[in-house]
Design a protein around this ligand. Structure first.
Ligand SMILES: [Zn+2]
Length: 308
């Protein structure tokens, strides 16, 4: 991670709350002193049901949009962020328990309360610092992590199972099905889904990043992949994520550039060879190196926890 040293903030500058009055702690104000960009590709490994609207009767339709000459499945940034924030918190609590005692008591003593998503948030912990928080009467902290909407690399015809595709709609049971009665339409629901193998390139930006933020984000994404995104995520919406680059500075390309006339291999090549550039030349594209960044998490977390 030495290559990112220019831009990484020390833990205490960003993550260690200042004691204002007795019992009142606030995170230090963070200005935008630099950015790390993370680019990758998420591949669906189960059925994925990205839905942000009501369907008709007992049918569910996947979000889609016409974009760059194709109809594509849509994966909105709010969903990405929501699931990854929860995964980050579950990882955070787990690490607290590994290092110390019961996470609830530890949060209580370090941050004044157990931090709960979506509310009440504590506004002082690592998760709040990275993902942002608001608390009535106490103020808030801006999110330092930025997500972007993304779309499927493949066209909807190829990647969505629907009434017109070969697979047809998926069928699920409703919760209140009465097994004693004959099956009626109220006992099941039909849904479109994005098929396994569908690719979504993504770009995430972390402002005023600490080394802990980068490692924590990489690990949280991996956990979120297993937890699942989208509707019925207990069973659906699992992913595999490949990180292509961790770079200093903003990207000089957008999701649209990645989607336009590119295959997965072409996206990787264009980033690896510098055709798609970042603000600086400090770019890590080596897979093993990115993995080794993620492996620093336990060590960096200990440093954070001991500094609190
Ligand atoms: Zn918090």
């Amino acid at each position: 991670m030495e290559i990112l040293q220019n831009v990484l903030q020390p833990i205490e500058k960003v993550l260690i709350p200042e004691k204002k009055k007795k019992d009142e702690r606030v995170l230090p104000p963070v200005f935008n002193r630099g950015v790390v960009t993370i680019v990758g590709i998420k591949t669906v490994t189960t059925r994925f049901i990205p839905v942000s609207h009501e369907g008709f009767s007992n049918e569910t339709y996947v979000d889609k949009i016409d974009l760059l000459g194709k109809k594509r499945a849509e994966f909105i940034s709010r969903k990405l962020k929501g699931i990854e924030r929860r995964a980050h918190m579950s990882l955070f609590r787990e690490m607290v328990e590994e290092n110390n005692g019961v996470w609830k008591d530890e949060f209580e003593s370090k941050f004044g309360k157990p931090c709960t998503i979506p509310a009440p948030l504590c506004v002082t912990c690592w998760n709040c610092s990275l993902f942002g928080a608001l608390e009535a009467g106490k103020g808030g902290t801006f999110s330092r992590i930025r997500y972007f909407d993304t779309w499927s690399l493949q066209s909807a015809d190829e990647c969505i199972a629907s009434t017109t595709s070969e697979e047809g709609l998926g069928i699920g049971n409703t919760v209140n099905e009465n097994l004693k009665e004959e099956r009626g339409s109220e006992s099941y629901h039909l849904y479109e889904y994005v098929k396994a193998g569908t690719k979504f390139p993504f770009i995430t930006i972390i402002e005023s990043p600490t080394a802990l933020d980068i490692t924590g984000y990489l690990a949280a994404v991996q956990r979120a992949d297993v937890h699942g995104y989208g509707k019925y995520s207990a069973n659906h919406g699992k992913f595999q994520t490949e990180f292509i680059a961790v770079a200093e500075g903003m990207p000089e390309f957008s999701i649209l550039d990645l989607l336009e006339n590119n295959t997965e291999e072409e996206i990787k090549n264009k980033i690896n060879t510098g055709k798609y550039k970042f603000e600086s030349n400090s770019v890590i594209t080596d897979n093993e190196e990115i993995k080794s960044i993620k492996n620093k998490l336990p060590e960096l977390f200990k440093e954070y926890w001991n500094s609190l």
